[in-house]
Design a protein around this ligand. Sequence first.
Ligand code: AMP
Length: 191
Amino acid sequence: MRLILMGPPGAGKGTQATFVAQHFGIPAISTGDIFRANVGQGTPLGLEAQKYMDAGEYVPDEVTNKMVRNRIDEPDAKPGFLLDGYPRTTAQVAELDGMISFTGHRLDAAVVLTVNAEELVQRLLQRAEKDGRTDDTEDVIRRRQEVYAEQTEPLIEVYRSRGVLVEVDGMGEVDEVTARIFAALDDLPQS
Ligand code: AMP
């Protein structure tokens, strides 16, 4: 199973990614988490990524693509993977296409979580209090939303036109959203 999970900041991607990956027995690969781990450890990748993350901008494609390529080359990702927060640009879509077709597989589904704007802001403000992420300040949240609308939202149509888009209502309780995702994905033919 090869899946991607999309949605604006605050849509619940990280939370749902864990449940979905567990359900299908595949690793959840979150580019944001990998960047944050590198920032925490002070690696060269972390130092490079941090300046973009703190400004709410995307880390350059070359850096992000290389990191994802290395991660999905690891043995645990051979049977499949769930990408949380990748691809986010058209250049990343092309790169991912290459990575997947190289292995003779295909993308099974691009799941997009839809949540209304008011709810997104509420969730991000709550997360700011709980997790203390440095990019959950009001200005940076706003910038992340703009960057998502400009660079990532157009990808929804790309995946729709390929017939792999699965739109899921991301409003409501966490377990309700999880159940909706499972219901949508359990019907897919496995590759
Ligand atoms: P996330 O945890 O998915 O919200 O990601 C946090 C931050 O990491 C983003 O605001 C970006 O700065 C960076 N990031 C995560 N994934 C990507 C990606 N696919 N392309 C570029 N930057 C990314």
